[in-house]
Design a protein around this ligand. Structure first.
Ligand code: ZN
Length: 326
C-alpha cells in the first residue's frame, strides 16, 4: 500500500467514526462509554404552556430519568398553527393539542392517533362584570382562540341553551394571551379559552365566571395527547413507556399538591392566585377517550359545519397503549 492510499484509507476511517458517532445522536456520551443512551429512542412531544398540558410537565420533571426505552424531549410552541405544522411534517412525534386540530390533520391525510386526553373539564366562559346571563351577550364581541376548538363548541352550546345562535354575537378569534386585556379594556364582553387565560381575568377582578364547561357539556373533550402512527408502530415499546408514565403523571397532577404547583410554575408564568383558580376548574382523572364523548364531539363538529367528515372513533382513537398502562 503506497503512502497516498494509506492516507486516503485513514481519512475514510476517521470520517466513518465521526459519522457513526453523530448518527447515534449522543456522540459525547457514546465516546465516554455510556452504553444505554445510545440505544434509547428520542420521543419529541410538542406543547403550548397552558394548564391543559400539565401531565406532560409532570412526566418530564418526575419520570423521564427513569425511562428505559425513551429519551423524552418536550418542544414548546408559541401557537397552535406552529405546533400543528411540526406535527404534520414529522418534526415532532406527538403533542398535547386541541383535539379538533388533530382531527382536521387526520382528515387531511396525516396519520395521527389520539392515545389519551390532556385533561377533563377546565374551560370557563369568562365575561365582563356587567354581563349577568347569556342573553346579555347579544350583539357583543365574544372571543374564542380558533374556530376549530372545543371553546367554539362550548360557545355554540351555551348560546343554543339560551335560545340564541352564533349570529346573535360577534364571534372573533383572538390569541389567548390577549384575551384578559381585551376584556379588561372593554374590547370584548367575554371569552372561552384554554387555561390559565380565563383565571387571569378573574384573579384581577376584570372578569367573572358565567359558566363552566361541565355545565355546558358533561365530559367534554378538549386537548388530546396524539402520536404519529409511524412512531407507535416503529417504536411501540417507547410509545408504551411514554404513555405509562403519562397516565401516572396525570394521577399525580390530580393531587394538585405543592409539588404540582412548583412544576406548573416552572412551565407557565402565572401568579399563585391564577394557578390556584386554574387548577380548581380542571381535572386529570380518567384520561381515556371514551367513544360516547368522542362521538358527541364529532357530531357537533358536523352540526356546526366545522368539518364535513371528521375521523371516526375507530379510525382516530387508539386505546391500545392506555389500556396497558398501569
Ligand atoms: Zn384543553
Amino acid at each position: 500500500m503506497n503512502k497516498n492510499i494509506k492516507k486516503f484509507m485513514s481519512a475514510i476511517l476517521v470520517t466513518s467514526i465521526a459519522f457513526g458517532l453523530a448518527a447515534c445522536g449522543s456522540g459525547q456520551k457514546a465516546a465516554s462509554g455510556v452504553e444505554s443512551t445510545q440505544k434509547k429512542d428520542t420521543i419529541k412531544i410538542g406543547y403550548l404552556p397552558i394548564t391543559h398540558a400539565l401531565p406532560l410537565y409532570v412526566e418530564n420533571e418526575l419520570a423521564k430519568d427513569n425511562f428505559k426505552e425513551t429519551n423524552l424531549e418536550l418542544v414548546k410552541f408559541g401557537s397552535w398553527p406552529e405546533l400543528v405544522d411540526a406535527l404534520n411534517t414529522g418534526k415532532i412525534d406527538g403533542a398535547s393539542v386541541l383535539i379538533e386540530l388533530a382531527m382536521k390533520a387526520k382528515e387531511q391525510g396525516i396519520d395521527l392517533k389520539a392515545v389519551s386526553l390532556g385533561h377533563r373539564d377546565g374551560n370557563v366562559a369568562v365575561v365582563s362584570p356587567h354581563i349577568n346571563n347569556v342573553s346579555d351577550l347579544k350583539g357583543k364581541n365574544f372571543a374564542i382562540p380558533h374556530r376549530l376548538s372545543t371553546h367554539n363548541i362550548l360557545l355554540y352550546k351555551m348560546l343554543k341553551k339560551a335560545g340564541l345562535s352564533q349570529a346573535d354575537v360577534n364571534v372573533i378569534e383572538l390569541p389567548p394571551a390577549e384575551m384578559p386585556a381585551a376584556l379588561a379594556e372593554g374590547r370584548i364582553s367575554g371569552y372561552i379559552v384554554a387555561e390559565p387565560f380565563g383565571a387571569k381575568a378573574v384573579a384581577i377582578n376584570k372578569g367573572k365566571v358565567l359558566l363552566q364547561s361541565k355545565d355546558l357539556w358533561a365530559d367534554s373533550v378538549c386537548c388530546a395527547l396524539v402520536l404519529r402512527d409511524e412512531f407507535i408502530k416503529n417504536h411501540n415499546d417507547s410509545a408504551q413507556e411514554f404513555v405509562n408514565e403519562y397516565v401516572a403523571a396525570g394521577e399525580k397532577a390530580e393531587t394538585k399538591d405543592g409539588q404540582i404547583h412548583e412544576i406548573s410554575s416552572k412551565y407557565m408564568k402565572v401568579d399563585q392566585k391564577v394557578l390556584d383558580l386554574s387548577l380548581k376548574w380542571i381535572s386529570y382523572n380518567d384520561l381515556k377517550i371514551h367513544e360516547k364523548d368522542y362521538d358527541e364531539l364529532r357530531n357537533t363538529l358536523i352540526e356546526m359545519n366545522l368539518s364535513q367528515n371528521p375521523p371516526k372513533y375507530t379510525e382516530f382513537v387508539d386505546n391500545s397503549l392506555i389500556n396497558k398502562a398501569k
